[in-house]
Design a protein around this ligand. Sequence first.
Ligand code: 5GW
Ligand code: MN
Length: 340
Amino acid sequence: MRKDKGKRRWVKSYLRKHFHILGCTVVLSFSLGYFWSMSNDTCQDTPSKIIEALRKIYSRPQILKPLRPDVLVMTPWFVPIVWEGTYNLEILNEQFQQRNITVGLTVFAIKKYVVFLKTFLETAEMYFMVGHKVNYYIFTDRPQEVPKVELKEGRNVVVLQVQNYSRWQEISMRRMEMINHFSQKQFINEVDYLVCVDVDMRFNDLVGVEILSNLFGTLHPGFYGSERRSFTYERRPASQAYVPHDEGDFYYAAAFFGGTVKEVYKLTKKCHEAIMVDKDNGIEAIWQEESHLNKYFVYHKPTKILSPEYLWDDSLGRPQILRKRRFLAVPKDHDAIKNK
Ligand code: 5GW
Ligand code: MN
């Protein structure tokens, strides 16, 4: 009896003293298992005994392995970065269909840029928000040159006549003001989300509800792999778009951003106001509205980020990391199109 008790007490005190060693061993074994499972591309290479053991411990063993181990799929502030293979479109489509949402796609076709509309709209009909309601908002100074494109049910073209500006920088920057103006006046009554894009583009693969969130930005195809020090943020403190060298997460593209009408209203208001302050001060940000957008995203973090699958230019090559090229730049003959 006494002997037994003594033994038990010894075991207890041993456990108490060496609890950390046991703990460490357990943590270490799981970490090794984790890294091993990461290092294999498919589960088939992992011995079935380990798989069995993991199944017993975790009800969802797939959480041990990121869906895309080759890319960053989450930001430091825990919002998703959308790549092929990181979402289930079937489930998302069902959720958004139940909410019966309408998506507004804004695009500017000022002066010669109307030539891009046909391909833009035709490919959007094939790939953009398939199965959902869509309003195409076309801002143009040439309404009679907007092509007639056959649209599927639940999809409309809305032409918004706007003035043109003589400087191309102004055409590009004034998009913030115009989107802001129409968000309050019209979009808020007609759509749930806005997607704001360049027109010199074509859809080449599905772009669906997986992109939707309160506020989303897209990684610029030229900088998704770059370090912060290489980002081309505005670096002159005199500009409202100034971002200090030790701030910023990503370099975002002005050619693809969006969110709820309310969030896009707030973003475009802030960017437009900053552009006007710069104008009064006789300064223009290095990449116009893109610099202001990037400044905004430093201090208002997006709730979702799109990978460069959503904004690609084949002149940058075809890296393996891109499983899909969903939205592609259409090469333009600068002399023929610009400033005409
Ligand atoms: C014209 C000359 C130089 C730069 C821009 C323009 C221009 C732009 C124009 O004459 N008309 C026009 O509607 N835009 C809008 O601004 C288009 O929606 C265009 O996609 C967007 C951004 O300009 P891009 O596409 O020429 O800029 P990059 O950086 O894609 O070459
Ligand atoms: Mn463009």
